[in-house]
Design a protein around this ligand. Structure first.
Ligand SMILES: Nc1ncnc2c1ncn2[C@@H]1O[C@H](COP(=O)(O)OP(=O)(O)OP(=O)(O)O)[C@@H](O)[C@H]1O
Ligand SMILES: [Mg+2]
Length: 382
């Protein structure tokens, strides 16, 4: 299916890709495309560049959903009746707190978790916690059923695949045998005091405490013991939440640059999705060097440069030098375009049946306003 088909028909589009490839820009553009196609659309964005957030009207609000004014949507593009665009920025900490709230039913336990300094650090730095928070939010919004289309941006990770591995990574960070070894003596003692610990591991813990302080150790122990009570819910939810990515009304949009390593990664991700029975919808190759028209001959170029007002006063030798520079730049660009085309060819070869490959050219500058997004929409879903 074409990407514009996906925008019109699917319920959830998930933009994935490695750091800085253009996920957030693509997500915002697909959101705009959805609204213009007449759908009530929400973009769940993650850490957008400030100017892009401004363009979406997200200057002040974060975790709350905000509607983008209709007049703004219409700038540079027709909006079909019924179309509207909402956006929110994920606040990782708050999203994580919401999950804890759901699973720690006892208000006293909840308060102790929130007050625990280790929790405050872990909720934003624990492996996979960002992805988990994003997925949990997606799940909640999808269940509430208020939008025709939800476009999910994903957190900046080194590798796209981190997104799929997030719940695993997080569970294993919390479940590690080392943590179990550390927490068990406290659990057996039934209180979070070093003094109460019996011999054995306590001996080592007491020595560690000399360096890091016993209060710190107690915070950690308390965190892991109390967090364990919500962890059951966490794991269950991770399964549930990632399960929605297998639904037929979901499509992944893999954003990639045309560089060989990025294409390798995109292909690997594609395989992983396939084996996880998750539907890839489209490859978006972003920042492609467009193919250039044939270069003018050297004589022709010199003739044009000599006539151009910018080079008035240049000696014939200088004009020849400028022509040589231009020619070299042109060739360099042409060889980049050629290399890009080769890499995109690899993606096309691998893209099966329903997966389309869409090219978005390298724009002159950043994409941060409705004009820029509208241009991007034309390439993505035009
Ligand atoms: N085709 C393009 N041409 C020129 N600039 C682009 C293009 N696509 C994206 N950009 C710019 O590149 C920058 C990074 O884009 P974006 O924030 O969408 O990447 P990202 O994948 O979300 O990054 P992160 O992994 O950090 O979240 C932005 O400044 C954006 O305006
Ligand atoms: Mg981003």
């Amino acid at each position: 299916m074409t990407l514009s088909g996906l925008v019109k028909e699917r319920r959830i589009l998930v933009c994935v890709g490695s750091g800085g490839v253009g996920k957030t820009t693509t997500a915002a553009s697909l959101g705009l495309a959805g609204a213009r196609a007449g759908r009530r659309t929400l973009v769940l964005t993650i850490d957008p560049a400030k100017r892009l957030a401004n363009a979406l009207g997200l200057a002040h609000l974060g975790h709350e959903v905000q509607e983008i004014p209709r007049e703004r949507l219409a700038e540079g593009g027709f909006v079909q009746p019924g179309g509207s665009l909402f956006a929110m920025m994920l606040d990782q900490k708050r999203a994580f707190d919401e999950i804890v709230e759901r699973y720690a039913k006892d208000p006293a336990v909840r308060k102790r978790i929130f007050d625990n300094p280790i929790y405050r650090g872990a909720s934003t730095t624990l492996a996979g916690s960002y992805e988990y928070a994003a997925m949990a939010k997606l799940y909640e919004i999808a269940e509430a059923n208020r939008y025709d289309l939800i476009v999910l941006d994903t957190p900046p990770t080194a590798n796209a695949i981190d997104f799929l591995d997030a719940p695993e990574r997080m569970s294993s960070a919390i479940d590690s045998p080392a943590i179990d070894w550390f927490v068990r003596p406290y659990k057996e003692a039934g209180q979070f005091s070093l003094k109460a610990l019996s011999i054995g591991t306590a001996f080592i813990l007491k020595r560690i405490a000399r360096f890091v302080g016993s209060a710190f150790l107690e915070d950690i122990a308390r965190f892991f013991v109390e967090f364990n009570t919500v962890l059951g819910g966490f794991r269950e939810r991770a399964k549930e939440v990632f399960e929605i990515l297998r639904r037929p009304d979901v499509a992944f949009v893999m954003v990639s640059s045309p560089e060989p390593l990025a294409v390798d990664e995109a292909l690997y991700f594609f395989e992983r999705l396939h084996s996880a029975h998750m539907p890839l919808g489209a490859f978006v190759v972003n920042r492609v060097h467009p193919e250039l028209p044939p270069a003018p001959s050297r004589e022709n170029l010199i003739e044009k440069l000599t006539a151009s007002p910018e080079l008035r006063g240049f000696s014939p030798d200088e004009v020849v030098r400028v022509a040589a520079d231009l020619d070299a730049t042109y060739r360099e660009f042409a060889s980049l375009a050629e290399a890009d085309a080769r890499e995109i060819g690899r993606l096309r070869l691998a893209a099966v049946e329903d997966v389309s490959v869409i090219e978005v050219p390298l724009f002159d500058g950043d994409i941060y306003d409705m004009d820029g997004l509208s241009q991007m929409v034309r390439y993505l879903a035009g």
